[in-house]
Design a protein around this ligand. Structure first.
Ligand SMILES: *Cc1c(COP(=O)(O)O)cnc(C)c1O
Length: 354
């Protein structure tokens, strides 16, 4: 049986969090002499002299309905990096507990665990990048606190099986984190629709991809109210800056712009997939539910080097588990994709002559 109390480290479960000035008085109007701010303003033309809302109340009220959750099931962080780190620190005792990841996958789960001296158990995906549920259940140890699932998965691009995720939620007594950084590009609903069913389900999303706000550093985490309350206790009090919050409030009024850009990316992805498929250097293009393609080349190292010489930068994943020969290519604008395809055509000709 899953119990949050068994998963959260006892001293964090019992922690009294820092109480900020903005926690202790939440009114908007008054003479504010409680936070040692500069009363005269800022050195910039626009004023940034007041501390921002530590709980991002206005944002959560606007965001939660868009996501089909409640504000109290919603955590916002400085990138997804922040909830990734907080989830590990909340649940894993350094030198004792472990997390389990499914390579090839996003690198931050392992890095964040390693920074915290938390052991990482690795169970590779199958050759077609699906979860080997039985292998995962066998590899889980008594002190394993989190299983990380990335779906659509980075770098392979595919959605993993929903029934495998559901099996893990039902049979693993720790947290199952589903990282949905690329969910806007996929055709299935988010797992956040099922939070009520699974107290151990945690969903990560981000404003960095579909929303086009990578520079603002905005990650989302959706989970039970109880787990979100724990994350709120241990986050830095003012983890989202005032300007970031203002930008996000404005962005949330333009979800239709996000949807339109997603449609454009999907159209470009199909086009790029077709064009790359015609190149003799390309061995295989993995099916993608995301905004990138994992492409196997006859000679990934030479292709990578050639592209860099052409000032075209893609991600070399050829040293990664199950990704031999593969480069990961983000879908660009039609012009950018054309530049890439043209260059690759030229490379093929050169190599034929050589
Ligand atoms: C890009 C990406 C993120 C987003 O990270 P941010 O810190 O929110 O920019 C999260 N997870 C995966 C798998 C990603 O590929």
């Amino acid at each position: 049986m899953f119990s949050l109390k068994n998963i959260i480290r006892p001293h964090i479960f019992d922690l009294t969090p820092y109480s900020s000035a903005r926690d202790e008085y939440t009114g908007k109007i008054g003479v504010f002499l409680d936070a040692n701010e500069n009363p005269f303003g800022s050195v910039l033309p626009e004023n940034h002299n007041r501390y921002p809302d530590p709980h991002q109340v206005l944002i959560k009220e606007k965001l939660a309905p868009l996501k089909g959750v409640t504000p109290r099931q919603t955590f916002l962080g400085n990138g997804s990096d922040e909830p990734i780190d907080l989830l590990i620190r909340a649940s894993c005792t350094p030198g004792k507990d472990s997390i389990l990841i499914l390579p090839p996958t996003y690198g931050m789960y392992e890095v964040s665990a390693s920074i915290n001296d938390v052991k990482v158990i690795k169970v590779p995906l199958t050759p077609d990048y699906l979860i080997d549920t039985e292998a995962v259940m066998r590899a889980i140890e008594p002190d394993t606190k989190i299983v990380w699932v990335c779906s659509p998965n980075n770098p392979s691009g595919n959605l993993v099986q929903g029934d495998a995720i559901e099996y893990l939620l039902n049979n693993f007594d720790g947290l199952v984190v589903v990282d949905e950084a690329y969910i806007d590009f996929a055709t299935i609903p988010s797992w956040n629709q099922r939070l009520a069913e699974f107290p151990n389900l945690v969903v990560l999303q981000t404003f960095s991809k579909a929303w086009g706000l990578a520079s603002l550093r905005l990650g989302m985490c959706f989970a039970s109210e109880e787990l979100i309350a724990i994350l709120n206790k241990i986050k830095p009090p003012y983890n989202l800056s005032g300007p970031t919050q203002q930008y996000l409030l404005d962005a949330l009024d333009h979800a239709e712009k996000k949807d339109a850009m997603v449609q454009d990316v999907l159209a470009e992805r199909d086009q790029l997939h077709r064009a790359l498929g015609e190149l003799s250097e390309v061995v295989r293009i993995h099916p993608s539910d995301a905004n990138f393609l994992l492409v196997e080349f006859k000679d990934a190292a030479a292709t990578m080097k050639y592209l860099i010489d052409e000032k075209i930068i893609v991600r070399d994943r050829s040293k990664v588990t199950l990704c031999a020969g593969c480069l990961r290519i983000s879908v660009g604008t039609s012009q950018e994709n054309e530049v890439l395809v043209k260059a690759l055509k030229k490379f093929r000709q050169n190599s034929v002559i050589a």
